[in-house]
Design a protein around this ligand. Structure first.
Ligand SMILES: O=C(COP(=O)(O)O)[C@H](O)[C@H](O)COP(=O)(O)O
Length: 351
């Protein structure tokens, strides 16, 4: 006989801090792969701290439910499930007190290691940048900025050409942070990137996920930029901590690309303006049809807006992936992936 308690009688308890972090990630108030991972680990620590679970089984079940809620927010940045997996694997103990302590300790260790990894990666990435180099950036990546910051700290002068990165304009965050570091910034619209590649010494981007074949999944527009950079002879450097390595891709899975709300691209008013023909074109179509009734064939679904948040850059367009474990050609990243993750691809709450 099945002795598991009926989950309907005993639903898991998810701390409001977890729900609020999940909402912030889904709405992109918390965004960027490393920042999302950090926030998710912090939320699990808070849940562990505040848990009033009556017994160890309930504690573990509640933590797994919290992890699942965080996991379901955004699908592309693998740093999120990697963070959840790391924290849940450290949840050990025979009592609620022991489980609480081990989970908090593990979450805190994850956050510390994340920060250390970024700073080590920054120093490695900075070695690729020479005094006086111009770096062209896309989106906003804390890993990429760590490379520039380390280069500046070692006394190099760096300038930046910053793509604005439609539709959410994360390039503005990059521009602001680079200005705070004293870096001269030229902000350009995305469509101007190829023209400005001739003035750049490096393309420098981050990653949301890196697949076993060395493909880099990052903000939409990265792949086109990388192809153009190859054509212009500008090296493409990807700054990505190893939590961006996607273990599922070792067993043939692909990385889900998030499709976001169309209103990030087209407001309701803009949609209405496109869909309601001007008086002039309306009278032209009436003259052709001989029909002045309401056009019953006009359907809103005939105007489709697609808003993928990320794309996939094949390894042949990438010169180097810079991690805290060193710099790798994309084709060799799978070796590091096996070393770090083994062959396991179970969901964090299934292990
Ligand atoms: O694509 C984005 C952010 O996308 P979004 O704004 O949709 O989250 C960033 O380049 C990566 O997440 C890397 O960032 P970091 O280096 O900070 O992890």
């Amino acid at each position: 006989m099945d002795s598991d308690p009926d989950p309907n009688l005993n639903p898991p308890v998810v701390d409001p801090a977890v729900t609020s972090t999940a909402d912030d990630i889904a709405a992109m108030r918390i965004r960027g792969a490393a920042t999302i991972a950090d926030a998710a680990a912090a939320a699990l620590a808070t849940q562990a701290e505040r848990s009033e679970a009556p017994d160890p089984a309930a504690f573990e079940r509640d933590l797994r439910a919290g992890a699942r809620e965080l996991y379901e927010t955004r699908p592309t940045a693998v740093s999120l499930p990697n963070a959840l997996r790391y924290v849940l694997r450290g949840m050990e103990g025979e009592t609620v007190t022991a489980l609480r302590a081990s989970t908090i300790e593990r979450a805190n260790r994850f956050r510390t290691e994340l920060e250390q990894a970024q700073s080590t990666l920054g120093e490695i990435g900075a070695n690729r940048l020479r005094d006086g180099d111009v770096v062209l950036t896309h989106c906003h990546s804390t890993d990429a900025l760590a490379c520039i910051e380390a280069a500046l700290e070692s006394g190099k002068r760096i300038e930046a050409i910053v793509k604005e990165t439609r539709p959410r304009k994360q390039g503005h965050i990059t521009a602001r942070q680079l200005r705070e570091l004293g870096v001269p910034v030229t902000l350009i619209v995305d469509n101007a990137a190829r023209r400005y590649l001739d003035e750049a010494d490096h393309v420098l981007v981050g990653a949301d996920s890196i697949a076993a074949d060395g493909s880099v999944i990052n903000k939409i527009g990265t792949s086109g930029l990388a192809v153009n950079a190859r054509e212009r002879g500008v090296p493409v450097m990807v700054a990505a901590q190893t939590i961006k390595l996607h273990p599922d891709t070792m067993t043939g899975h692909t990385v889900a690309i998030e499709m976001r709300d169309e209103q990030e691209v087209l407001s309701l008013q803009e949609r209405a303006e496109i869909e309601s023909p001007s008086e002039e074109s309306e009278s032209r179509s009436t003259a052709v049809d001989g029909n002045d009734d309401e056009d019953s064939s006009r359907s809103e679904s005939d105007l489709t807006v697609e808003n993928p948040a990320f794309d996939v850059t094949p390894p042949r367009y990438i010169d180097a992936i810079v991690t805290e474990r060193g710099q790798f050609p994309p084709e060799s990243i799978v070796t590091l992936m096996r070393e770090l993750f083994g062959e396991t691809t179970a969901e964090p709450w299934e292990e």
